[in-house]
Design a protein around this ligand. Sequence first.
Ligand code: T5A
Ligand code: NA
Length: 209
Amino acid sequence: MAGLRGALIVLEGADRAGKSTQARRLVEALKERGYKTEGLRFPERTTEIGRLIGSYLEKKSNLEDHTIHLLFSANRWEQVPMIKEKLRSGVTLVIDRYAFSGVAFTSSKENFDLHWCKQPDVGLPKPDLVLFLNVSPEVAASRGGFGNEIYETNSFQEKVSKRYAELMEDKTVNWTLIDASQNIEDVHRQLKELTEKAIEDAKDKPIGK
Ligand code: T5A
Ligand code: NA
């Protein structure tokens, strides 16, 4: 019998929605429940491509808009062999941002259409579940001010939220909207429940594209 695969779980959402906090909690909780689980994040700033991205986000270098979009995508593709290997060996992956961030952010810039933005990520392993952590701009603001990174302004984040809403209309993706204005524990409980179900549903299905 072929081994059962792990699930690919993605967390998306606006700035300060709590993605990183919840991703960490979720990995720990799933491990405690006996699931082989690991966390990943995009951008993964530690690779050579990731260092270019980090420098751009920190405004230490300027990159042409199409170029940085392709680098974000390349930063996902460079992890694909590892992602597939882990999933096939039964490890569930909890990923903090994925291709949806790539599309939502770049398509919020002037003169980018959604279709062009999606192409570089076509063919990536398909998430079994995308958890969208939804918070209002007011709640996000109450969690502290923006940092100094390039996309951290109110006007840009508003555009990003609209793009995410458009992306969520794609019914071929298993989106689940979560009210992330609740406290950390309540959000966590919901994510854990949804994820355990997704792991069970995914285990005897092929990895999607
Ligand atoms: N990007 C990314 C692209 O343009 N293209 C791409 O392809 C990709 C992958 C970096 C940037 O890159 C862009 C998007 C971004 O602009 P990042 O490193 O993921 O992406 O961004 P960060 O700035 O690290 O993360 P966020 O600002 O989005 O925050 P999180 O992870 O959503 O929130 P978190 O968990 O750090 O929490 C924020 C604060 O709120 C508190 C936490 O303790 C923390 O202080 N908090 C709560 N407070 C009350 N109630 C709750 N339920 C709370 N949950 C968290
Ligand atoms: Na984060």
